[in-house]
Design a protein around this ligand. Structure first.
Ligand SMILES: Cc1cc2nc3c(=O)[nH]c(=O)nc-3n(C[C@H](O)[C@H](O)[C@H](O)COP(=O)(O)O)c2cc1C
Length: 146
């Protein structure tokens, strides 16, 4: 049994729901997740093992992808990554969003991947599907596996 560390933020509950799907996939494979939901109220701790983050997309300031388009609501997760040495243990990002946002689909995750120099491991829409949870759990294992 292996335990995989995941950090995420969820404003409206969709990411929470997807993380539950991932946990069920992990359990079915005899593995475990160690998850932390990072909200504004969470005091950052020093991460001690490699982890993957899941971040939904919330933006304002326009319809494009330029610097005028600002991240909203999810900033606490970025601050957590930048706390102490936490960035050193970040291994990858999974993005979520809604394809109705076209070019801005999962833009926050793409920005995190670029900013923190880690791969975008994949993406899913809204609450995601069972199939996506299975596929992304495989990516998490490949990324964090021993
Ligand atoms: C105000 C607002 C802005 C959003 N902006 C984007 C966006 O720019 N790109 C995108 O892919 N999804 C966007 N979304 C969709 C959310 O990322 C999507 O609903 C996600 O599943 C929310 O996750 P959560 O329920 O865990 O907070 C937006 C949603 C809201 C309510």
């Amino acid at each position: 049994m292996t335990t995989y560390r995941l950090l995420y933020t969820s404003i409206e509950g969709n990411t929470d729901s997807f993380v539950k799907k991932l946990a069920a996939v992990a359990a079915a494979e005899g593995d475990k997740l160690s998850v932390l939901s990072v909200g504004d109220e969470v005091d950052p701790v020093h991460e001690k093992v490699p982890y993957v983050v899941l971040v939904p997309t919330y933006l304002n300031g326009g319809t494009g992808t330029g610097p005028e388009v600002k991240e909203i609501f999810t900033n606490g997760l970025g601050e957590y990554i930048e706390y102490g040495n936490n960035q050193r243990y970040l291994r990858g990002v999974i993005g979520s969003g809604n394809r109705n946002f076209n070019d801005q689909y999962v833009l926050t995750a793409k920005r995190y991947a670029q900013k923190y120099h880690v791969p975008l491991l994949g993406d899913y829409e809204l609450r995601g599907t069972q199939r996506e949870a299975e596929k992304l759990f495989t990516r998490i294992k490949e990324t964090l596996g021993e």
